[in-house]
Design a protein around this ligand. Structure first.
Ligand code: FE
Ligand code: FE
Length: 496
């Protein structure tokens, strides 16, 4: 039986990146290695923190990054050891643990060149084959060094071409500069990095410390996803990445303020509670987190409603919130795949308006302004249902039936359905009929007024207000005249 081959890949993995993983795969395939142990170095605590991730975080990032390849294992023997770790100690320990396996010790070319100065190089050469990666094309004298080590220690030295020039320093710098690391670190590991604020500058880590106390874990997850998405969008469309980072991190910072406090930001009657954490958040980011940049504060303020005249940054934050990777509603990929920022914005606004209306809630005027600004026109929401209401009334012999689309004129409803009965009794009968039949087709009535007099009954369906008139009141109030305009009126039955 062939002996198991074990790759020993030591490093600080600060953080691990796709270059490390590609090298491990390449070596495993080239040399027939069965599994690769990622031996994570111990780094003195003051140094790890200065660079922005502690041992536990560095280890977790490595675990997440290697989880998908069954050949990869994380080895913490050096992490647990006090004081300086020497490769020879680690290899000795692994040899004891796996006496029947062949060990392959991975190293960079700088390590190969200084090999003779290591502790017990001769013993290392006996314990393991030395696998050294060499930058493609350019020789740093590795071949000569390898030959020398073969002679001097009878070492088995294998030179492999380097697969990726990526370095941990590059990854850390990009994170610090708020540039995306997509494709450089596996997604799940990158998400961990953004969830915990690893490798972020001190002032950003301070925001994290406070956010972790104030947001529920699920909200923190969402925030990390918004951050990842926002810096990608910022890079793609040329928004300021550092402003995007702060706005994304703090966009939901007021999510858990008390309802009373949120209500002080209401600018509609009745108040729209779900959107109030945005204006409240802009204030809270300033007072509690000390953010003074007006661009950042505005992006936070507009992230739920949007508005006319949004800046590039405002759009990036609005969109990041809507399309971050954990969002899975119907149509989200269409928004993600749109080719320009404005096209994305347009689709996102339509989608969110639709979503709000489906729940029977009113649209904030700022959202309608944003939609108009994006050149968008809303499809008529609820047209089919409004016509179903007309049909029920028609079947009960109502007269002068019409449906008025008012959705882009007001937030009170999308439709008025107006109809008359021939007498007070008939008006009441129309109302009773509608109550029964509408419920059957899934349109419940929320409010009913004027039933006693039955000269003007109003039925509120949320998306539609139905006005049932006695002919005298109908003529007197003539509400269709107030609301009619640019082809928004459908007379029922519809004539060909
Ligand atoms: Fe929000
Ligand atoms: Fe959010």
């Amino acid at each position: 039986m062939e002996r198991e081959k074990i790759g020993v890949f030591g490093g600080s993995f600060h953080p691990v990146h796709n270059g490390h993983l590609a090298l491990a795969r390449h070596a495993a395939e080239a040399l027939g290695i069965d599994r690769v142990l990622f031996v994570i170095d111990r780094i003195p605590p003051h140094k790890t923190l200065a660079e922005g991730a502690d041992d536990a975080e560095r280890l977790e990032i490595l675990r997440l990054a290697t989880a998908d390849d069954p050949r990869f294992e994380v080895e913490t023997v050096e992490l647990a050891r006090e004081g300086t770790s020497y490769s020879v100690d680690t290899l000795r320990e692994l040899k004891e643990r796996y006496p029947d396996s062949e060990l392959y010790f991975f190293m960079g070319s700088d390590m190969l060149n200084s090999f003779t100065t290591w502790r017990s190089p001769d013993e290392i050469a006996k314990l393991a084959a030395l696998v050294c990666t060499v930058r493609g094309g350019q020789s740093g004298g590795e071949e000569e060094t390898a030959e020398d080590l073969r002679k001097r220690y009878h070492a088995n030295v294998i030179l492999l071409e380097e697969v990726s020039p990526l370095s941990s320093t590059t990854v850390r710098n990009r994170i610090r500069e708020a540039l995306p690391i997509t494709g450089m670190v596996p997604d799940r590991a990158a998400h961990y990095i953004y969830l915990h604020g690893c490798y972020q500058p001190a002032e950003i880590r301070a925001y994290y410390d406070r956010l972790k106390k104030e947001l529920k874990p699920q909200r923190m997850e969402h925030t990390a996803y918004v951050l990842e998405t926002a810096i990608s969008l910022a890079e793609r469309f040329g928004a300021d990445p550092k402003k995007a980072r702060i706005a994304a991190l703090l966009h939901d910072c007021a999510k858990y303020l008390k309802e009373q406090q949120l209500l002080t930001y209401a600018d509609t009657t009745p108040p729209m509670l779900p959107i109030l954490h945005a204006p409240a958040g802009a204030d809270y980011a300033r007072t509690a987190y000390g953010v003074t940049d007006p661009d950042v504060l505005q992006a936070i303020r507009l992230h739920t409603t949007g508005d006319a005249g949004m800046s590039l940054l405002d759009k990036v934050i609005y969109l990041a919130d809507m399309i971050e990777p954990s969002r899975s509603y119907e149509g989200v990929d269409e928004i993600r795949n749109a080719s320009t920022l404005d096209e994305m914005m347009h689709l996102a606004l339509l989608r969110s308006i639709w979503y709000i209306k489906e729940r029977g809630n009113p649209i904030h005027p700022a959202t309608l302004r944003a939609l108009q600004d994006s050149g968008g026109k809303m499809e008529r929401f609820g047209e089919t249902q409004a016509l179903e209401i007309c049909k029920i009334l028609y079947d009960k012999k109502a007269v002068d039936i019409l449906a008025l689309h008012i959705g882009d004129k007001t937030i009170i409803a999308d439709w008025f359905v107006v109809a008359s009965g021939t007498s007070v009794t008939h008006v009441r009968a129309l109302c009773d009929e509608l109550e029964d039949k509408a419920a059957e087709i899934g349109l419940p009535i929320r409010r009913k007024e004027g039933y006693e007099d039955a000269r003007w009954i109003v039925l509120d369906f949320g998306f539609a207000l139905v006005h049932l008139f006695h002919p005298e009141e109908r003529a007197y109030y003539n509400i269709e005249r107030l609301w009619e305009g640019d082809g928004n009126m459908i007379r029922y039955p519809i004539s060909e």
